[in-house]
Ligand binder design. Structure first.
Ligand SMILES: [Zn+2]
Length: 318
């Protein structure tokens, strides 16, 4: 009785095959299609699931269920994903992803919010173990968040935890959500790339896009940012500094509101920039925390790039 887990992101698709004791038997990672539409994304997901089954050398018939964490709005009961703006052709539509994947793979599919499944994995198997309450902040293409209170994921009416759209600057930078001054406008990779392109168009220089091209990428992926920082690229340093300030303000404000025991930082950018990034966010957050005598722990997500897919596999647990 094995479970497949899929972390569907704006940049990559990560899949795992998980054993009953939650160890990982196989995995696969590929880029998310950047054009086409939802059916092309579903085809890429199915291919990645098959590749992880091959990677794990497991019998495909032993895989009995599939869980998937997706961006956008999820209707778990209907098996649909709506308004997933970071995915091609998915900005303003509702797509029956669970039915599509069932027809391609023959597996029952459970859908969940990408960040909520990643936080569940950290809570059960990673850095969140031992904390009854924590805030998860996932810095990737966008900024996702989720809140665990009294050992339970706090979902609100389904949309809780959107720390990426906590306002850190009134009338600030334009956010991909269309509003101004959100955390994501400063710390989301897509927004940072938009700003970098604007600065280049205005005549500033940076190695970011050369590094991107040398890596054969078309977007400023987390590894591109990490490499530019290690080279001392001024624009990369300035944009990451802004991201740290914004994430610190958002985390500090959320801690003031919720008084959680820990803040766990993950996501592609968080994982790639690592402990130093977490420590910088902690220092930035402390400026805003009104009860500094009892600060929360700031921890790097432990499950790395596999956390989202592992959480998705947990979702598929009968
Ligand atoms: Zn926003």
């Amino acid at each position: 009785m094995l479970r497949a887990g899929v972390d569907l992101g704006g940049t990559k698709i990560q899949t795992v095959i998980m054993a009953p004791d939650n160890t990982i038997l196989g995995s696969h990672r590929c880029l998310t299609p950047t054009d086409g539409g939802p059916a092309d994304v579903a085809e890429a997901i199915a291919g990645a699931v098959r590749a992880s089954i091959e990677d794990g050398l497991v019998d495909p018939l032993d895989v009995t269920a599939l869980g998937l964490g997706s961006p956008g709005q999820i209707d778990a009961a209907a098996g649909t994903v709506s308004n997933a703006g970071n995915l091609p052709g998915w900005a303003a539509i509702t797509y029956p992803l669970a039915d599509d994947l069932f027809s391609r793979l023959g597996l029952p599919v459970k859908l969940g919010n990408d960040v909520q499944v990643a936080v569940r994995a950290e809570a059960e198997l990673g850095a969140g173990r031992g904390y009854g309450s924590f805030l998860g902040i996932f810095a990737g293409t966008g900024i996702g968040g989720s809140v665990v209170m009294a050992d339970e994921l706090w979902l609100g009416r389904g949309a809780a935890g959107e720390i990426g759209h906590m306002v850190v600057a009134l009338d600030g930078e334009l956010c991909p959500c269309g509003r101004r001054g959100c955390t994501e406008a400063y710390a989301g990779r897509a927004a940072m790339e938009t700003t970098a392109r604007q600065w280049v168009a205005a005549g500033r220089s940076t190695a970011l896009f050369d590094i991107m091209a040398a890596k054969g990428r078309t977007r400023l992926a987390s590894g591109v940012w990490a490499k530019a920082l290690s080279r001392g690229d001024e624009m990369a340093i300035e944009l990451i500094d802004r991201a740290v300030v914004a994430l610190g303000a958002a985390a500090g404000s959320a801690v003031n509101l919720l008084d959680v025991e820990a803040v766990i930082i993950g996501g592609g950018l968080g994982i790639r920039l690592g402990e130093e990034f977490v420590e910088r966010i902690r220092i930035a957050a402390m400026d805003h925390i009104v009860m500094p005598a009892q600060p929360p722990d700031f921890r790097l997500a432990e499950l790395g790039d596999l956390g989202g897919a592992m959480g998705a596999a947990l979702l598929a647990t009968p």
